[in-house]
Design a protein around this ligand. Structure first.
Ligand code: PMP
Length: 355
Protein backbone atom coordinates (compact mmCIF):
# COMPACT_ATOMS: atom_id res chain seq x y z
CA UNK A 1 0.00 0.00 0.00
CA UNK A 2 1.41 3.41 -0.96
CA UNK A 3 -0.84 5.58 1.27
CA UNK A 4 -3.59 5.15 3.84
CA UNK A 5 -6.71 6.33 2.05
CA UNK A 6 -9.18 7.97 4.47
CA UNK A 7 -11.41 9.37 1.72
CA UNK A 8 -15.15 9.46 2.45
CA UNK A 9 -16.15 7.90 -0.88
CA UNK A 10 -15.13 6.74 -3.37
CA UNK A 11 -12.81 5.20 -0.84
CA UNK A 12 -10.39 2.42 0.00
CA UNK A 13 -11.06 -1.04 -1.48
CA UNK A 14 -9.41 -4.37 -0.67
CA UNK A 15 -6.52 -5.10 -3.06
CA UNK A 16 -8.21 -8.29 -4.25
CA UNK A 17 -11.21 -6.23 -5.37
CA UNK A 18 -9.19 -3.71 -7.44
CA UNK A 19 -6.96 -6.49 -8.81
CA UNK A 20 -9.96 -8.66 -9.65
CA UNK A 21 -11.60 -5.77 -11.51
CA UNK A 22 -8.38 -5.04 -13.38
CA UNK A 23 -8.08 -8.69 -14.44
CA UNK A 24 -11.71 -8.75 -15.58
CA UNK A 25 -11.15 -5.66 -17.74
CA UNK A 26 -8.37 -7.51 -19.55
CA UNK A 27 -10.03 -10.90 -19.81
CA UNK A 28 -13.27 -12.35 -18.48
CA UNK A 29 -15.10 -15.64 -18.87
CA UNK A 30 -14.60 -18.44 -21.36
CA UNK A 31 -14.54 -16.20 -24.44
CA UNK A 32 -11.59 -14.32 -22.95
CA UNK A 33 -13.13 -10.96 -23.82
CA UNK A 34 -12.97 -7.93 -21.56
CA UNK A 35 -15.86 -7.69 -19.10
CA UNK A 36 -16.48 -4.31 -20.75
CA UNK A 37 -17.20 -5.96 -24.09
CA UNK A 38 -19.73 -8.56 -22.99
CA UNK A 39 -23.49 -8.26 -23.27
CA UNK A 40 -25.31 -7.63 -20.01
CA UNK A 41 -27.66 -10.43 -21.14
CA UNK A 42 -24.82 -12.95 -21.46
CA UNK A 43 -24.66 -15.87 -19.08
CA UNK A 44 -21.32 -14.82 -17.55
CA UNK A 45 -22.55 -11.33 -16.66
CA UNK A 46 -25.99 -12.35 -15.49
CA UNK A 47 -24.45 -15.04 -13.27
CA UNK A 48 -22.48 -12.58 -11.11
CA UNK A 49 -25.32 -10.05 -11.00
CA UNK A 50 -27.68 -12.70 -9.64
CA UNK A 51 -25.03 -14.09 -7.30
CA UNK A 52 -24.38 -10.58 -5.94
CA UNK A 53 -28.10 -10.18 -5.20
CA UNK A 54 -28.02 -13.54 -3.41
CA UNK A 55 -24.94 -12.59 -1.37
CA UNK A 56 -26.69 -9.44 -0.14
CA UNK A 57 -29.64 -11.66 0.86
CA UNK A 58 -27.29 -14.05 2.69
CA UNK A 59 -25.34 -11.33 4.50
CA UNK A 60 -28.52 -9.66 5.73
CA UNK A 61 -30.43 -12.93 6.20
CA UNK A 62 -33.33 -11.53 4.19
CA UNK A 63 -36.64 -13.42 4.13
CA UNK A 64 -38.39 -14.25 0.84
CA UNK A 65 -40.51 -11.08 0.74
CA UNK A 66 -37.41 -8.91 0.29
CA UNK A 67 -35.82 -8.10 -3.07
CA UNK A 68 -32.33 -6.84 -3.83
CA UNK A 69 -31.63 -4.51 -6.77
CA UNK A 70 -28.43 -3.02 -8.14
CA UNK A 71 -29.48 0.29 -9.68
CA UNK A 72 -27.64 3.25 -11.17
CA UNK A 73 -27.97 6.93 -10.33
CA UNK A 74 -26.48 6.87 -6.83
CA UNK A 75 -28.30 7.28 -3.54
CA UNK A 76 -29.36 10.74 -4.67
CA UNK A 77 -31.68 9.07 -7.20
CA UNK A 78 -33.18 6.98 -4.39
CA UNK A 79 -34.11 10.22 -2.60
CA UNK A 80 -36.69 10.66 -5.41
CA UNK A 81 -37.58 7.00 -6.09
CA UNK A 82 -38.63 6.37 -2.49
CA UNK A 83 -41.41 8.99 -2.38
CA UNK A 84 -42.34 8.25 -6.01
CA UNK A 85 -42.91 4.57 -5.15
CA UNK A 86 -44.14 4.81 -1.54
CA UNK A 87 -45.71 8.23 -0.92
CA UNK A 88 -49.21 8.80 -2.37
CA UNK A 89 -49.90 12.32 -3.70
CA UNK A 90 -52.18 13.01 -0.71
CA UNK A 91 -49.91 11.17 1.74
CA UNK A 92 -47.50 12.31 4.42
CA UNK A 93 -44.07 10.86 5.20
CA UNK A 94 -42.05 11.46 8.39
CA UNK A 95 -38.38 12.41 7.96
CA UNK A 96 -35.69 12.69 10.61
CA UNK A 97 -33.32 15.44 9.54
CA UNK A 98 -29.80 14.57 10.66
CA UNK A 99 -27.76 16.45 8.09
CA UNK A 100 -27.02 17.23 4.44
CA UNK A 101 -28.14 13.87 3.04
CA UNK A 102 -31.46 13.68 4.84
CA UNK A 103 -32.09 17.36 4.05
CA UNK A 104 -31.63 16.55 0.34
CA UNK A 105 -33.96 13.55 0.70
CA UNK A 106 -36.60 15.82 2.29
CA UNK A 107 -36.34 18.27 -0.63
CA UNK A 108 -36.83 15.42 -3.13
CA UNK A 109 -39.82 13.98 -1.22
CA UNK A 110 -41.57 17.36 -1.23
CA UNK A 111 -41.88 17.04 -5.02
CA UNK A 112 -44.26 14.08 -4.51
CA UNK A 113 -46.17 14.55 -1.26
CA UNK A 114 -46.13 16.12 2.17
CA UNK A 115 -43.14 15.81 4.47
CA UNK A 116 -43.47 15.99 8.24
CA UNK A 117 -40.05 16.63 9.76
CA UNK A 118 -40.29 14.40 12.83
CA UNK A 119 -37.11 15.80 14.37
CA UNK A 120 -34.04 17.75 13.34
CA UNK A 121 -30.64 18.52 14.80
CA UNK A 122 -30.05 21.45 12.46
CA UNK A 123 -29.91 23.98 15.33
CA UNK A 124 -26.89 22.07 16.63
CA UNK A 125 -25.19 21.95 13.20
CA UNK A 126 -26.21 18.26 13.10
CA UNK A 127 -23.73 17.31 15.82
CA UNK A 128 -26.16 14.89 17.45
CA UNK A 129 -28.93 12.47 16.51
CA UNK A 130 -32.36 13.58 17.78
CA UNK A 131 -33.81 10.89 20.06
CA UNK A 132 -37.22 12.30 20.89
CA UNK A 133 -38.94 12.15 17.50
CA UNK A 134 -42.67 11.81 17.02
CA UNK A 135 -44.43 9.03 15.12
CA UNK A 136 -47.69 9.35 13.28
CA UNK A 137 -49.36 6.04 12.39
CA UNK A 138 -50.77 7.75 9.27
CA UNK A 139 -47.34 8.36 7.75
CA UNK A 140 -46.61 6.33 4.61
CA UNK A 141 -43.11 5.76 6.01
CA UNK A 142 -40.49 7.24 8.30
CA UNK A 143 -37.14 8.04 6.71
CA UNK A 144 -33.75 8.16 8.43
CA UNK A 145 -30.10 8.31 7.55
CA UNK A 146 -28.18 5.67 9.46
CA UNK A 147 -24.76 7.31 9.21
CA UNK A 148 -24.18 10.97 8.50
CA UNK A 149 -21.04 10.99 6.40
CA UNK A 150 -20.47 14.74 6.70
CA UNK A 151 -21.44 15.35 10.35
CA UNK A 152 -19.78 12.17 11.65
CA UNK A 153 -22.84 10.99 13.57
CA UNK A 154 -24.47 7.58 13.44
CA UNK A 155 -27.79 6.20 14.65
CA UNK A 156 -27.08 3.59 17.31
CA UNK A 157 -30.81 2.85 17.63
CA UNK A 158 -33.48 3.00 14.94
CA UNK A 159 -37.17 3.98 15.13
CA UNK A 160 -39.32 1.30 16.68
CA UNK A 161 -42.69 1.67 15.01
CA UNK A 162 -45.24 -0.09 12.82
CA UNK A 163 -44.81 2.65 10.21
CA UNK A 164 -42.50 1.35 7.42
CA UNK A 165 -38.94 2.54 8.04
CA UNK A 166 -36.71 3.66 5.14
CA UNK A 167 -32.99 3.73 5.83
CA UNK A 168 -30.12 5.42 3.99
CA UNK A 169 -27.13 3.17 4.76
CA UNK A 170 -24.88 4.71 2.14
CA UNK A 171 -21.96 5.05 4.51
CA UNK A 172 -22.45 2.18 6.95
CA UNK A 173 -23.96 -0.79 5.14
CA UNK A 174 -22.36 -4.11 6.20
CA UNK A 175 -20.32 -2.32 8.87
CA UNK A 176 -22.14 -4.03 11.74
CA UNK A 177 -24.75 -6.69 12.36
CA UNK A 178 -28.33 -5.57 11.96
CA UNK A 179 -31.86 -6.92 11.72
CA UNK A 180 -32.80 -5.89 8.17
CA UNK A 181 -36.38 -7.10 8.63
CA UNK A 182 -37.06 -3.99 10.74
CA UNK A 183 -36.84 -1.89 7.55
CA UNK A 184 -39.00 -1.60 4.46
CA UNK A 185 -36.24 -0.07 2.35
CA UNK A 186 -32.49 0.04 2.83
CA UNK A 187 -30.30 1.64 0.20
CA UNK A 188 -26.60 2.36 -0.19
CA UNK A 189 -24.41 3.63 -3.00
CA UNK A 190 -21.53 1.22 -3.42
CA UNK A 191 -18.61 3.63 -3.22
CA UNK A 192 -17.99 3.51 0.53
CA UNK A 193 -18.47 0.10 2.07
CA UNK A 194 -19.51 -2.01 -0.87
CA UNK A 195 -17.39 -1.40 -3.95
CA UNK A 196 -16.65 1.21 -6.60
CA UNK A 197 -18.92 4.13 -7.56
CA UNK A 198 -21.58 3.52 -10.20
CA UNK A 199 -24.20 1.32 -8.59
CA UNK A 200 -26.53 1.48 -5.60
CA UNK A 201 -27.88 -1.51 -3.75
CA UNK A 202 -31.57 -1.22 -2.87
CA UNK A 203 -33.19 -3.73 -0.52
CA UNK A 204 -36.97 -3.68 -0.53
CA UNK A 205 -39.83 -5.32 1.30
CA UNK A 206 -41.95 -5.93 -1.78
CA UNK A 207 -45.16 -6.25 0.24
CA UNK A 208 -45.12 -2.45 0.68
CA UNK A 209 -44.96 -1.75 -3.06
CA UNK A 210 -47.81 -0.97 -5.49
CA UNK A 211 -49.80 1.22 -3.07
CA UNK A 212 -49.34 4.52 -4.89
CA UNK A 213 -51.50 5.36 -7.90
CA UNK A 214 -49.24 7.78 -9.80
CA UNK A 215 -47.76 6.80 -13.16
CA UNK A 216 -44.10 5.90 -12.68
CA UNK A 217 -41.77 5.51 -15.69
CA UNK A 218 -40.28 2.01 -15.80
CA UNK A 219 -36.72 3.04 -14.89
CA UNK A 220 -37.98 4.74 -11.73
CA UNK A 221 -40.38 1.97 -10.78
CA UNK A 222 -39.07 -0.57 -8.26
CA UNK A 223 -41.64 -3.17 -9.33
CA UNK A 224 -40.40 -3.06 -12.94
CA UNK A 225 -36.80 -3.59 -11.79
CA UNK A 226 -37.89 -6.50 -9.59
CA UNK A 227 -39.81 -8.11 -12.46
CA UNK A 228 -36.62 -8.04 -14.57
CA UNK A 229 -34.32 -9.41 -11.85
CA UNK A 230 -32.44 -6.09 -11.65
CA UNK A 231 -31.57 -6.15 -15.37
CA UNK A 232 -34.32 -3.90 -16.73
CA UNK A 233 -31.93 -1.98 -18.96
CA UNK A 234 -28.15 -2.09 -19.41
CA UNK A 235 -26.88 -2.08 -15.83
CA UNK A 236 -23.49 -0.70 -14.69
CA UNK A 237 -21.76 -4.03 -15.26
CA UNK A 238 -18.24 -3.22 -14.04
CA UNK A 239 -19.30 -1.49 -10.79
CA UNK A 240 -21.60 -4.44 -10.03
CA UNK A 241 -18.68 -6.78 -10.64
CA UNK A 242 -16.67 -4.72 -8.12
CA UNK A 243 -19.53 -5.21 -5.61
CA UNK A 244 -19.55 -8.94 -6.40
CA UNK A 245 -15.86 -9.19 -5.46
CA UNK A 246 -16.38 -7.03 -2.39
CA UNK A 247 -19.39 -9.12 -1.28
CA UNK A 248 -17.24 -12.24 -1.54
CA UNK A 249 -14.60 -10.49 0.59
CA UNK A 250 -17.26 -9.48 3.14
CA UNK A 251 -18.68 -13.01 3.28
CA UNK A 252 -15.24 -14.53 3.77
CA UNK A 253 -14.47 -12.19 6.63
CA UNK A 254 -17.93 -12.27 8.20
CA UNK A 255 -19.90 -9.28 9.49
CA UNK A 256 -19.11 -10.16 13.13
CA UNK A 257 -15.39 -9.80 12.50
CA UNK A 258 -15.91 -6.66 10.42
CA UNK A 259 -17.97 -5.09 13.21
CA UNK A 260 -15.31 -5.98 15.78
CA UNK A 261 -12.55 -4.42 13.66
CA UNK A 262 -14.64 -1.33 12.87
CA UNK A 263 -15.28 -0.74 16.59
CA UNK A 264 -11.58 -1.18 17.38
CA UNK A 265 -10.47 1.19 14.60
CA UNK A 266 -12.90 3.91 15.69
CA UNK A 267 -12.04 3.49 19.40
CA UNK A 268 -8.34 3.98 18.65
CA UNK A 269 -8.94 7.27 16.92
CA UNK A 270 -11.56 8.67 19.29
CA UNK A 271 -9.33 7.84 22.26
CA UNK A 272 -6.54 9.91 20.72
CA UNK A 273 -8.88 12.79 19.82
CA UNK A 274 -10.09 12.93 23.44
CA UNK A 275 -6.59 12.65 24.92
CA UNK A 276 -4.67 14.93 22.56
CA UNK A 277 -4.61 18.60 23.70
CA UNK A 278 -4.50 19.94 20.12
CA UNK A 279 -7.64 18.25 18.76
CA UNK A 280 -11.32 17.98 19.61
CA UNK A 281 -14.11 15.72 18.35
CA UNK A 282 -17.07 17.22 16.51
CA UNK A 283 -20.04 14.89 17.13
CA UNK A 284 -21.84 14.33 20.45
CA UNK A 285 -20.04 11.41 22.10
CA UNK A 286 -23.05 9.09 22.30
CA UNK A 287 -23.75 9.56 18.57
CA UNK A 288 -20.22 9.25 17.21
CA UNK A 289 -19.89 7.41 13.94
CA UNK A 290 -17.59 4.41 13.70
CA UNK A 291 -17.31 5.09 9.95
CA UNK A 292 -16.56 8.82 9.62
CA UNK A 293 -14.52 10.26 12.47
CA UNK A 294 -14.87 14.06 12.27
CA UNK A 295 -12.60 16.27 14.34
CA UNK A 296 -11.10 19.76 14.50
CA UNK A 297 -7.86 21.32 15.56
CA UNK A 298 -8.33 23.66 18.50
CA UNK A 299 -5.92 26.32 17.19
CA UNK A 300 -7.25 26.95 13.66
CA UNK A 301 -3.94 28.49 12.60
CA UNK A 302 -2.46 24.98 12.73
CA UNK A 303 -5.11 23.43 10.48
CA UNK A 304 -3.16 23.37 7.22
CA UNK A 305 0.08 22.46 9.05
CA UNK A 306 -1.48 19.21 10.22
CA UNK A 307 -2.51 18.36 6.66
CA UNK A 308 1.11 18.73 5.51
CA UNK A 309 2.42 16.94 8.61
CA UNK A 310 0.02 13.99 8.13
CA UNK A 311 0.95 13.66 4.45
CA UNK A 312 4.48 12.78 5.60
CA UNK A 313 2.97 9.76 7.36
CA UNK A 314 1.36 8.61 4.08
CA UNK A 315 -2.03 9.78 5.28
CA UNK A 316 -4.36 10.79 2.46
CA UNK A 317 -7.91 12.13 2.32
CA UNK A 318 -8.50 13.47 5.85
CA UNK A 319 -9.90 16.89 4.84
CA UNK A 320 -13.41 17.40 6.23
CA UNK A 321 -16.28 17.85 3.77
CA UNK A 322 -16.03 21.25 2.03
CA UNK A 323 -19.23 22.43 3.79
CA UNK A 324 -17.80 21.98 7.31
CA UNK A 325 -13.99 21.90 7.05
CA UNK A 326 -11.79 20.37 9.77
CA UNK A 327 -10.78 16.75 9.42
CA UNK A 328 -12.65 13.56 8.64
CA UNK A 329 -11.07 10.13 8.75
CA UNK A 330 -13.28 7.55 7.07
CA UNK A 331 -12.77 4.07 8.47
CA UNK A 332 -14.82 1.96 6.09
CA UNK A 333 -14.79 -1.84 6.04
CA UNK A 334 -11.73 -2.07 3.80
CA UNK A 335 -9.58 0.25 5.97
CA UNK A 336 -7.04 -1.80 7.92
CA UNK A 337 -6.25 -1.11 11.58
CA UNK A 338 -2.85 0.21 10.48
CA UNK A 339 -4.65 3.26 9.00
CA UNK A 340 -5.99 4.71 12.28
CA UNK A 341 -2.82 3.54 14.07
CA UNK A 342 -0.76 5.63 11.66
CA UNK A 343 -3.06 8.62 12.06
CA UNK A 344 -2.84 8.37 15.86
CA UNK A 345 0.95 8.34 15.60
CA UNK A 346 0.88 11.45 13.38
CA UNK A 347 -1.41 13.25 15.87
CA UNK A 348 0.83 12.33 18.80
CA UNK A 349 3.98 13.47 17.01
CA UNK A 350 2.23 16.66 15.93
CA UNK A 351 1.24 17.43 19.55
CA UNK A 352 4.81 16.77 20.68
CA UNK A 353 6.10 19.20 18.03
CA UNK A 354 3.46 21.95 18.31
CA UNK A 355 1.76 21.37 21.67
N1 PMP B 1 -26.44 9.45 1.57
C1 PMP B 1 -25.29 9.52 2.27
C2 PMP B 1 -25.31 9.18 3.73
C3 PMP B 1 -24.10 9.88 1.63
O1 PMP B 1 -22.97 9.92 2.32
C4 PMP B 1 -24.12 10.18 0.25
C5 PMP B 1 -22.88 10.54 -0.53
N2 PMP B 1 -21.76 10.78 0.15
C6 PMP B 1 -25.34 10.11 -0.43
C7 PMP B 1 -26.48 9.73 0.26
C8 PMP B 1 -25.42 10.43 -1.91
O2 PMP B 1 -24.84 9.40 -2.62
P1 PMP B 1 -24.55 9.50 -4.19
O3 PMP B 1 -23.44 10.49 -4.35
O4 PMP B 1 -24.14 8.12 -4.57
O5 PMP B 1 -25.80 9.94 -4.86
Amino acid sequence: MSVFNFNAGPSVLPVEVTEGMARAILEFGEKKLSILELSHRSEEINAFIQESRQMVRDLLELPEHYEVLFLSGGSTTQFALIPMNYLPANGVAGYIDTGTWSTKAIDAARCYGEVDVAASSEDDEFRHIPKDYRYDPEWSYIYCCSNNTIAGTQMHAYPKTDVPVVLDMCSDIFSRKMDATKFSVIFASAQKNLGPAGTTVVILDKRQLGKVKRAIPDMLNYQKHIAKNSVLNTPPVLPIYGCYLMLKWLKKKGIDQIEKENNEKAALLYQEIDANPLFKGRAAKEDRSIMNVCFDIIDEKLESSFHTFAANYDIFGIAGHRSVGGYRASLYNAMSKEGPERLVKAMQDFAWRFG
